[in-house]
Design a protein around this ligand. Sequence first.
Ligand SMILES: NC(=O)c1ccc[n+]([C@@H]2O[C@H](COP(=O)([O-])OP(=O)(O)OC[C@H]3O[C@@H](n4cnc5c(N)ncnc54)[C@H](O)[C@@H]3O)[C@@H](O)[C@H]2O)c1
Length: 218
Amino acid sequence: MDDAKPLSISRQSLQRMPIYLENLKKLRAAGKSHVSAAFLAGELGLHPVQVRKDLAAVSSVDGNPRIGFALAGLIEDMEDFLGCNNANEAVVVGVGNLGRALLSYKNFAGYGLSIIAGFDSDPAVAGTTVHGKEIFSASRITELCGRFGVHIGIITTPASSAQEVCDAMLLGGIKAIWNFAPLHLNIPDDIIITNENLAASFAALSGRLRQQRDAPKL
Ligand SMILES: NC(=O)c1ccc[n+]([C@@H]2O[C@H](COP(=O)([O-])OP(=O)(O)OC[C@H]3O[C@@H](n4cnc5c(N)ncnc54)[C@H](O)[C@@H]3O)[C@@H](O)[C@H]2O)c1
């Protein structure tokens, strides 16, 4: 669909989009042609109003009150929105446990991310390939990011190296950083950053578990 609406969307809504897309594709594979917001909400444990709002933010497909949204249009709009048909290219710096896992994960392509190469400071790692992607020496980050014309950099080095890696990426023209290192990075205001933190996610999980355990039994 050409006229998907460019509304401002919250981070939480953005994070739900790949989950909607996965579910919409499953329904299509099961032979369904339409889906209602109420059904999706039930499947994903969300409120139907929230689902309707999320879908309206990325799709111009109108839901029919009786049969719901046409799946084909919704999937097309969602894929356009997520950039699935025109994947963003990225590089990973730090090809250890986590960097290797990201380089090897096939499904990113379906969500608009194509990791094209890696960098590592370890001479035993630079010069190898992971999942068919070349791993270059970290000394070439600035040069090759510029030459590849990539705009997304993924940092999976130890925290002690993350700022220098980030600086080298920015000099090479990187505009958005997905940072897995547990460190606050100093970056200019116009650079987009997402910090991943498994410890924070786990704290939320264990906090909810504690609340459930401490709740009075009826
Ligand atoms: N945020 C999360 O949820 C999460 C989860 C797991 C790990 N981590 C973090 O991700 C990072 C990587 O973890 P890991 O388990 O893969 O570590 P690892 O030690 O297996 O890999 C780190 C890699 O970075 C390379 N490296 C070090 N300095 C470099 C530099 N200056 N330039 C290029 N490469 C460099 C090392 O040679 C190594 O290959 C760590 O900061 C860790 O704390 C974060």
